[in-house]
Design a binder for this molecule. Structure first.
Ligand SMILES: [Zn+2]
Length: 199
Protein backbone atom coordinates (compact mmCIF):
# COMPACT_ATOMS: atom_id res chain seq x y z
CA UNK A 1 0.00 0.00 0.00
CA UNK A 2 2.74 2.33 0.97
CA UNK A 3 4.65 1.40 -2.15
CA UNK A 4 1.61 2.00 -4.30
CA UNK A 5 1.11 5.42 -2.78
CA UNK A 6 4.68 6.40 -3.39
CA UNK A 7 4.46 5.09 -6.94
CA UNK A 8 1.36 7.16 -7.47
CA UNK A 9 3.18 10.15 -6.04
CA UNK A 10 6.10 9.53 -8.38
CA UNK A 11 3.79 9.37 -11.36
CA UNK A 12 2.13 12.61 -10.33
CA UNK A 13 5.50 14.31 -9.98
CA UNK A 14 6.55 12.88 -13.32
CA UNK A 15 3.40 14.15 -15.01
CA UNK A 16 3.63 17.61 -13.49
CA UNK A 17 7.32 17.80 -14.41
CA UNK A 18 6.35 16.83 -17.94
CA UNK A 19 3.86 19.70 -18.06
CA UNK A 20 6.44 22.10 -16.75
CA UNK A 21 8.91 20.95 -19.39
CA UNK A 22 6.26 21.30 -22.09
CA UNK A 23 5.65 24.88 -21.00
CA UNK A 24 9.30 25.59 -21.60
CA UNK A 25 9.58 24.00 -25.04
CA UNK A 26 11.61 26.32 -27.22
CA UNK A 27 12.68 28.25 -24.18
CA UNK A 28 15.71 28.15 -22.02
CA UNK A 29 16.69 26.02 -19.09
CA UNK A 30 14.45 25.67 -16.08
CA UNK A 31 16.78 26.33 -13.22
CA UNK A 32 20.48 27.00 -13.19
CA UNK A 33 22.55 29.34 -11.08
CA UNK A 34 22.38 32.87 -12.41
CA UNK A 35 23.14 34.37 -9.02
CA UNK A 36 25.99 33.87 -6.60
CA UNK A 37 24.99 33.14 -3.01
CA UNK A 38 26.63 36.36 -1.93
CA UNK A 39 26.83 39.92 -3.18
CA UNK A 40 26.99 43.55 -2.21
CA UNK A 41 24.14 44.56 0.12
CA UNK A 42 24.29 48.00 -1.52
CA UNK A 43 23.45 48.96 -5.08
CA UNK A 44 26.49 51.26 -5.17
CA UNK A 45 29.93 49.79 -4.70
CA UNK A 46 33.32 51.50 -4.58
CA UNK A 47 36.63 50.10 -5.73
CA UNK A 48 40.16 51.32 -5.10
CA UNK A 49 42.80 51.02 -7.80
CA UNK A 50 46.03 52.76 -8.58
CA UNK A 51 47.17 51.91 -12.09
CA UNK A 52 48.95 53.63 -14.95
CA UNK A 53 46.93 55.90 -17.24
CA UNK A 54 46.25 53.26 -19.88
CA UNK A 55 44.92 50.77 -17.37
CA UNK A 56 43.03 53.40 -15.38
CA UNK A 57 41.21 54.56 -18.51
CA UNK A 58 40.29 50.99 -19.39
CA UNK A 59 39.04 50.09 -15.89
CA UNK A 60 37.14 53.38 -15.71
CA UNK A 61 35.32 52.31 -18.87
CA UNK A 62 34.44 49.04 -17.11
CA UNK A 63 32.80 51.11 -14.36
CA UNK A 64 31.07 53.30 -16.93
CA UNK A 65 29.69 50.18 -18.57
CA UNK A 66 27.53 49.76 -15.45
CA UNK A 67 27.09 53.42 -14.56
CA UNK A 68 25.76 54.33 -18.01
CA UNK A 69 23.49 51.31 -18.22
CA UNK A 70 19.91 51.06 -17.01
CA UNK A 71 20.97 48.55 -14.35
CA UNK A 72 20.08 49.82 -10.86
CA UNK A 73 23.71 49.78 -9.70
CA UNK A 74 26.73 52.08 -9.63
CA UNK A 75 30.49 51.46 -9.42
CA UNK A 76 32.58 54.29 -7.99
CA UNK A 77 36.35 54.69 -7.69
CA UNK A 78 37.49 55.55 -4.17
CA UNK A 79 40.89 55.34 -2.52
CA UNK A 80 39.19 54.74 0.83
CA UNK A 81 37.40 51.59 -0.33
CA UNK A 82 38.30 48.18 1.12
CA UNK A 83 37.63 46.67 -2.30
CA UNK A 84 40.83 46.54 -4.32
CA UNK A 85 41.51 46.04 -8.00
CA UNK A 86 44.96 45.10 -9.26
CA UNK A 87 46.47 44.57 -12.70
CA UNK A 88 49.67 42.57 -12.95
CA UNK A 89 51.32 39.73 -14.84
CA UNK A 90 49.96 36.55 -13.26
CA UNK A 91 51.05 33.11 -14.44
CA UNK A 92 47.42 31.88 -14.26
CA UNK A 93 45.39 31.35 -17.43
CA UNK A 94 42.51 33.69 -16.49
CA UNK A 95 42.00 37.25 -17.70
CA UNK A 96 40.38 38.40 -14.51
CA UNK A 97 39.40 36.90 -11.19
CA UNK A 98 37.01 38.03 -8.48
CA UNK A 99 37.76 37.01 -4.90
CA UNK A 100 35.23 37.58 -2.12
CA UNK A 101 37.16 38.40 1.04
CA UNK A 102 34.60 39.29 3.70
CA UNK A 103 31.22 37.60 3.45
CA UNK A 104 28.77 37.50 6.34
CA UNK A 105 25.81 35.34 5.45
CA UNK A 106 25.20 36.56 1.94
CA UNK A 107 26.54 40.06 2.58
CA UNK A 108 29.73 40.73 0.67
CA UNK A 109 31.56 43.68 2.23
CA UNK A 110 35.09 43.22 0.93
CA UNK A 111 36.39 41.81 -2.35
CA UNK A 112 39.43 41.83 -4.57
CA UNK A 113 39.64 41.87 -8.35
CA UNK A 114 42.79 40.92 -10.21
CA UNK A 115 43.27 41.55 -13.93
CA UNK A 116 45.93 39.57 -15.75
CA UNK A 117 48.06 41.91 -17.87
CA UNK A 118 49.94 38.91 -19.26
CA UNK A 119 46.96 37.13 -20.84
CA UNK A 120 45.14 40.34 -21.74
CA UNK A 121 48.14 41.79 -23.57
CA UNK A 122 48.67 38.43 -25.27
CA UNK A 123 45.08 37.90 -26.47
CA UNK A 124 43.49 41.31 -26.97
CA UNK A 125 43.26 42.98 -30.36
CA UNK A 126 41.85 46.09 -28.72
CA UNK A 127 43.28 46.48 -25.23
CA UNK A 128 40.75 49.06 -24.02
CA UNK A 129 37.78 47.00 -25.20
CA UNK A 130 39.14 43.79 -23.72
CA UNK A 131 39.78 45.36 -20.31
CA UNK A 132 36.41 47.07 -20.32
CA UNK A 133 34.70 43.73 -20.89
CA UNK A 134 36.85 41.93 -18.31
CA UNK A 135 36.55 44.54 -15.56
CA UNK A 136 32.81 45.06 -16.13
CA UNK A 137 32.38 41.27 -15.85
CA UNK A 138 34.25 41.19 -12.54
CA UNK A 139 32.14 44.07 -11.16
CA UNK A 140 29.10 41.99 -12.11
CA UNK A 141 30.18 39.39 -9.55
CA UNK A 142 29.96 42.01 -6.79
CA UNK A 143 26.31 42.41 -7.83
CA UNK A 144 25.58 38.71 -7.30
CA UNK A 145 25.88 37.70 -10.95
CA UNK A 146 27.32 34.23 -11.49
CA UNK A 147 29.61 33.01 -14.24
CA UNK A 148 28.18 31.41 -17.35
CA UNK A 149 24.46 31.87 -16.71
CA UNK A 150 22.60 29.06 -18.40
CA UNK A 151 20.66 31.09 -20.93
CA UNK A 152 20.43 31.49 -24.67
CA UNK A 153 20.63 35.25 -24.18
CA UNK A 154 23.84 37.18 -24.66
CA UNK A 155 25.49 37.89 -21.31
CA UNK A 156 28.48 39.82 -20.05
CA UNK A 157 28.90 37.01 -17.54
CA UNK A 158 29.59 34.28 -20.12
CA UNK A 159 33.21 33.24 -20.40
CA UNK A 160 32.88 32.42 -24.08
CA UNK A 161 31.66 35.91 -25.02
CA UNK A 162 33.75 38.08 -27.32
CA UNK A 163 35.60 40.42 -24.99
CA UNK A 164 36.09 42.73 -27.94
CA UNK A 165 32.39 43.24 -28.59
CA UNK A 166 30.41 42.15 -25.48
CA UNK A 167 31.73 44.81 -23.14
CA UNK A 168 28.58 46.19 -21.54
CA UNK A 169 25.97 44.56 -19.30
CA UNK A 170 23.46 43.01 -21.69
CA UNK A 171 19.67 43.04 -21.45
CA UNK A 172 19.67 39.71 -19.66
CA UNK A 173 22.25 40.84 -17.09
CA UNK A 174 20.36 44.06 -16.42
CA UNK A 175 17.09 42.15 -16.09
CA UNK A 176 18.65 39.89 -13.45
CA UNK A 177 19.57 42.95 -11.39
CA UNK A 178 16.26 44.72 -11.96
CA UNK A 179 13.99 41.83 -11.12
CA UNK A 180 16.14 39.44 -9.10
CA UNK A 181 14.38 36.58 -10.83
CA UNK A 182 16.06 34.33 -13.37
CA UNK A 183 12.73 32.76 -14.31
CA UNK A 184 11.15 36.11 -15.07
CA UNK A 185 14.18 37.22 -17.09
CA UNK A 186 14.21 34.02 -19.10
CA UNK A 187 10.59 34.67 -20.03
CA UNK A 188 11.17 38.37 -20.74
CA UNK A 189 14.10 37.68 -23.04
CA UNK A 190 12.08 35.34 -25.19
CA UNK A 191 9.91 36.53 -28.03
CA UNK A 192 6.64 38.28 -27.10
CA UNK A 193 4.73 35.59 -29.02
CA UNK A 194 6.15 32.87 -26.80
CA UNK A 195 5.31 34.85 -23.70
CA UNK A 196 1.73 35.24 -24.91
CA UNK A 197 1.41 31.51 -25.49
CA UNK A 198 2.62 30.85 -21.97
CA UNK A 199 0.62 33.54 -20.24
ZN1 LIG B 1 33.68 35.55 -13.66
Amino acid sequence: MRKLLSLEKSIKIFVSTGIALALYVGGTEISEARYLNYGSPNSTIAVDYSLNTTWTTAVNSGRSAWNNSTAPVKVNKSSSSNNKLYAANYSDSWYGVFTPQTVSGSRLTKFQIRLNARTINRDSTNFQHFVQSTSAHEFGHAFWLADNPNTNSVSLMKHNRSRQSIRLPQGYDICLLQYRSADLCNRKMQSPALILIRA
